[in-house]
Design a binder for this molecule. Structure first.
Ligand code: COA
Length: 338
């Protein structure tokens, strides 16, 4: 039995000001002779618009969005930056390679007593980080953790690929996780995490890292941007989201109908609907924001959570299942009682 339990006491989110509608993308692609339409994007993905950071605007750097989300979460939790022991920052679009985005955030927030780390598990990153915070809190090594999922995916969108460029947006979500008595019902119950590096090719950025540093040719050929096999990712996503949700519920002997809320990664509304159907979870219990924000990778789950908490949807004592997949490929589900 663990010494303590971990409980979420505050949530926050932040988005860049700039709204990019499907029509804006239609016009942007048309300038390079690529065809798409608002109708196609809406019907195939469920996305109407997304937010994108204005390049060069310091208020919309990854760590600045993370800062705004963190401040909102700390305010809800009634905590000060100095109270934080651990900053666990999920991102695959860091401000800089070094220092980590978590250190940028620590600097901006004044979280002087924390140790800070970034974690890249793409769209599963928030659940990986939340699970790490849970473990450190359970063993008594951390009392208060700040967990962030934040992305500026607009910096890696491949505008030459119409099947992927329509999907992504920028956002940050944050939660404060605190130590509670081991027997509290209001806690993170458990997570099921996995990855399969054999599937790396389905969703990757070929160049720009240490293996193939960016050159003028690489940039010209968009090799430092997202490359994706959408059809294959779609199939695997439906299969794994369903399977990880089932495994996690089974571990706690919770039937899908006992679940109050399901928060899946927001990649495509058709993926979400297919998973909900396979789990026999009615769509009224599925929380979504994809229509307004698109796929914001590690930020999807914490931004959806924040919206539902602030709207008073998620109530004390309710059971919430979070479920993610992403580049790697990475997978994870996390169950909690609010
Ligand atoms: N506008 C118009 N047509 C497009 C288009 C666009 N933006 N993008 C692709 N198409 C075309 C294709 O070229 C294809 O044409 P063809 O039949 O003449 O070859 C047709 O639409 C169907 O393509 P397909 O790839 O089968 O579409 P889809 O229904 O699978 O939808 C995705 C494409 C990318 C939206 C969908 O596969 C998806 O969401 N996959 C998962 C991606 C994902 O989740 N990534 C992030 C993981 S964290």
């Amino acid at each position: 039995m663990a010494t303590y339990a971990a409980t979420i006491t505050g949530t926050g989110s932040a988005f860049p000001a700039g709204i990019v509608t499907n029509q804006d993308i239609v016009e942007k692609l048309a300038a390079s002779g690529i065809e798409t339409s608002d109708q196609w994007i809406r019907e195939r993905s469920g996305i109407r618009e997304r937010r994108m950071a204005a390049p060069g605007n310091a208020e919309e750097h990854n760590s600045s969005l993370g800062l705004a989300a963190s401040r909102a979460a700390l305010e809800m939790a009634g905590k000060k930056p100095e109270d934080i022991d651990l900053i666990a920052y999920a991102t695959c679009t860091p401000d800089t390679v070094i220092p980590s985005t978590s250190c940028w955030l620590q600097h901006k927030l004044g979280a002087v007593n924390a140790w800070a780390m970034d974690l890249n598990a793409a769209c599963s990153g928030f659940l990986y980080c939340l699970s790490i915070a849970d473990q450190f809190i359970q063993t008594g090594q951390v009392k208060t953790a700040l967990v962030i999922g934040a992305e500026v995916l607009s910096s890696i969108i491949n505008w030459s690929d119409r099947s992927s460029c329509i999907l992504f947006g920028d956002a940050a979500g944050a939660v404060v996780v605190e130590r509670a008595e081991a027997d509290t019902p209001h806690r993170i119950l458990s997570a099921t995490l996995r990855s399969d590096g054999n599937l790396w090719e389905l969703l990757h950025i070929p160049c720009g890292g240490s293996r193939y540093p960016a050159t003028a040719d690489i940039i010209r050929d968009h090799l430092n941007k997202i490359h994706m096999n959408g059809r294959e990712v779609f199939k695997i996503a439906v299969r794994t989201l369903t399977s990880f949700a089932k495994q996690t519920l089974k571990k706690h002997k919770i039937a899908p109908e006992e679940l109050d809320w399901f928060i899946p990664h927001q990649a495509n509304i058709r993926i979400i609907e297919a998973v909900a159907e396979r789990l026999s979870i009615p769509m009224e219990k599925v929380l979504v924001n994809i229509e307004r924000f698109g796929n914001t990778s590690s930020a999807t789950i914490p931004t959806v959570l924040d919206e539902a908490v602030r709207a008073g949807k998620i109530q004390k004592g309710q059971t919430v299942l979070m479920d993610a997949f992403g580049s790697g490929l990475t997978f994870g589900a996390l169950l909690l009682r609010w």
